[in-house]
Design a protein around this ligand. Structure first.
Ligand code: NDP
Length: 280
């Protein structure tokens, strides 16, 4: 019988641990402040931003909210980011993506002070991860590691196959699994015979952005499957990149969607905010 890895419970545990740490810091007179910038009013972004603010409130982190109209120029946004970089009271800066089309996201992200880049997207933090140095790690892959470790899944020496090579999920995921001494393979849209590769995986991590793409034909008997994807199916029900019902009886453990990786992303963002204190 497969274990369902409970991301809601694990993320709640992490948030409670962080709440305690923040209380301790407050006793020493240390406050943590996260600045959240949203440009435009994309409904999905507004939901994410709202959830991040709620998590801050729960843990005891101050949040500063900047809701800018989508007519904001790139120079105006850069100027705000530079002001926040210089503001000693601000520990973390988060620019909610995607940005309107007239802005260059890379340029904006690269302007954030790497010591305040709690999303872990700045090239300096990405580089630090790749060479095993300290720095902020992208929240979703960091959350996957926590899910696996806190579920007592041994990673050392295991065959790990990651499907997807994006800068925010697939690539940092690969570096984190290497750090855990897994043997790592990354697949992408040009991979030949994807099934043959994924069937070698003891741990299969899927981040491709295609609903229910991974069926039992892609999965080795007894594998651990982590589903990063999030979509709505034809019945408007939330589902992942993995066909959960189809693979369930073949795996030893699996993350559900919703309630798997999703809640971990915000928990790890909060963790990065708390860690920002050590960086500054
Ligand atoms: P991207 O679209 O940036 O990347 C998708 C990756 O999947 C690419 O590397 C692409 O390959 C690869 N891919 C696409 N089709 C195939 C295929 N048929 N076979 C093999 N590989 C394929 O997506 P993200 O990494 O940003 O996100 C992936 C999923 O995770 C999405 O559903 C997203 O919504 C979800 N997500 C969830 C988060 C959470 O908090 N739970 C956070 C971030 C993302 P190539 O590079 O060759 O194009």
């Amino acid at each position: 019988m497969a274990v369902i890895i409970d991301g809601k419970k694990i993320s709640a545990d992490i948030k409670d641990e962080l709440k305690d740490k923040v209380e301790q810091l407050k006793l020493q007179g240390i406050e943590i402040t996260l600045a959240v910038i949203q440009v435009g009013n994309d409904p999905a972004s507004s939901v994410y931003v709202g959830n991040k603010k709620k998590a801050c409130e729960y843990i005891g982190i101050n949040s500063l909210s900047y809701e800018l109209p989508d007519t904001t120029t790139q120079e105006e946004l850069l100027s705000l980011v530079r002001d926040l970089n210089a503001n000693e009271k601000v520990n973390g800066i988060l620019v909610q993506l995607p940005l309107p089309k007239h802005m260059n996201e890379d340029f904006i992200v690269n302007t954030i002070d790497p010591k305040k880049d709690v999303d872990g997207f700045h090239p300096q933090n990405v580089g630090a991860l790749s060479i095993g140095h300290k720095g902020f790690v992208s929240c979703t892959p960091a959350g996957v590691i926590q899910l696996l470790k806190r579920s007592k899944i041994d990673l050392s020496g295991k065959e790990c196959v990651i499907v997807g090579r994006s800068n925010i999920v697939g690539k940092p995921m690969a570096f984190l699994m290497l750090r855990e001494n897994a043997t790592v393979t990354i697949c992408h849209s040009r991979t030949k015979d994807l099934k043959e590769v994924t069937k070698r995986a003891d741990i299969l991590i899927v981040a491709i952005g295609k609903p229910k793409f991974i069926t039992k034909d892609y999965v080795k008997e007894g594998a651990v499957v982590v589903d990063v994807g999030i979509h709505r199916d034809a019945y408007n029900k939330i589902c992942g990149d993995v066909d959960f019902d189809d693979v369930f009886n073949n795996v030893s453990a699996i993350t559900p969607v919703p309630g798997g990786v999703g809640p971990m992303t915000i928990a790890m963002l909060m963790n990065n905010c708390v860690e920002s204190i050590d960086n500054q």
